[in-house]
Design a protein around this ligand. Structure first.
Ligand SMILES: [Zn+2]
Length: 149
């Protein structure tokens, strides 16, 4: 583990504990060279989940795909990177807690929409319009109307 301040190779762990978010360990480290301290998070590896796509092809689950979809939907909205990370953590937990090795991409989309709905209205509608491929303005408005209730 390299020191983020001086790039020295030798750092030692001074404290480890489970992080607040599940599945990760927080480690406090100290650089042997400059003495500065920093924190790292280690994700515990989970069983690989395969995603079944619309065309029935399978590909390994990829967190960054969910992340980039949400980032795009949140473009210029008052949502912080921290909130997005938390949201992806929540979504990921739901996916892994199903304890099934496969999940349809459409199911992931539904979970994302469900979570985004509570976070940011505009981001939700954007995501849903891309995801559900709204065919016309009326479907889009219907979705907005549902949200207002
Ligand atoms: Zn250092």
């Amino acid at each position: 583990m390299k020191c983020p301040y001086c790039n020295a190779e030798d750092t030692k762990v001074i404290d480890s504990r489970p992080a607040e978010e599940s599945n990760s360990i927080r480690r406090r480290r100290q650089c042997e060279s400059c003495g500065r301290r920093f924190t790292t998070y280690e994700k515990i590896e989970t069983i690989p989940v395969m995603v079944i796509k619309k065309d029935n092809n399978r590909e390994p689950y990829d967190r960054s795909k969910i992340e980039s979809g949400i980032l795009r939907a949140c473009h210029k909205r008052p949502v912080s990177i921290h909130q997005i990370n938390e949201l992806v953590d929540e979504i990921e937990n739901i996916i892994f807690n199903r304890e099934e090795k496969e999940i349809k991409s459409s199911e992931i989309g539904e979970i994302v929409m469900d979570k985004l709905k509570d976070l940011e209205e505009v981001a939700y509608v954007r995501f849903a319009s891309v995801y559900r491929e709204f065919k016309d303005v009326s479907t889009f408005l219907e979705e907005l109307e549902k949200l207002r209730k």
